[in-house]
Ligand binder design. Sequence first.
Ligand code: IPE
Ligand code: IPE
Ligand code: MG
Length: 254
Amino acid sequence: MSGPIMGEDAPIKTPRHVAIIMDGNGRWAAARGMPRGFGHRKGVEAVRDAVKSARAFGVEYLTLYAFSSENWRRPQEEVSDLMGLLKLFIRKDLAELHSADVRIRIIGAREGLKNDILGLLEEAEETTRNNGGLVLVIAFNYGARDEIVRGMQKIARRVAKGEIAPEAITEAILSENIDTCDIPDPELIIRTSGESRLSNFLLWQAAYSEFVFIDDLWPDFDRNLFQAALEEYSRRERRFGGVESVDIAVGSNS
Ligand code: IPE
Ligand code: IPE
Ligand code: MG
């Protein structure tokens, strides 16, 4: 259910889909003289908070970038730490998310993941499949270029079988064959920690997204910062290539 929320001055436009690049856990820990894992643990609390805020604000889809296809480059110990936290999060929070009517979707490559992680991801999706509340999209082992390549491979297989002509491939067909099929493009992408880059996140879906980059580190992200980002989004004029400000998105999956 989406609707206006009251900002300090005026009602603000609530995006249907907010995607967040949760960055800065390591720096948050380093600033406290602690190991990076301490920041990741604190980051999970910020995730819980962001889910609650998204529900309270009436956001319909919340996508969280949890682990990128490039994050395997980190030291083995940190990778295991992050895998452990994801498992713990699903084990501890699934029942509560389910009772809050949250539907979980996982995007990213499944190939190469260990069986215990795969099992938990599938359990989370399966348990919450029929829920009608917030759709929580977790981008895990996700890279946008990898997602597009996997989508192209699916389409190419259909072309090779003669089911579809190359000229018949449209933007909508690509959208239907990538991990985010059925999920509208995000109107708003937030990145914490002061970095102004996408880091291989939602490259196809972000064609007309608004970006809000904030300096705060992910473990410090709270409801006030979320609301400030929504207020900033409300002040943006979206034109989609035209000359006038429009509220309705154009595009293949909007
Ligand atoms: C984000 O924080 C969490 C993940 C990428 C999993 P970082 O771990 O990237 O923290 P910084 O950017 O090094 O501070
Ligand atoms: C992006 O953050 C990935 C996630 C938030 C999961 P990174 O910290 O990995 O990105 P770079 O390396 O700074 O671009
Ligand atoms: Mg980072």
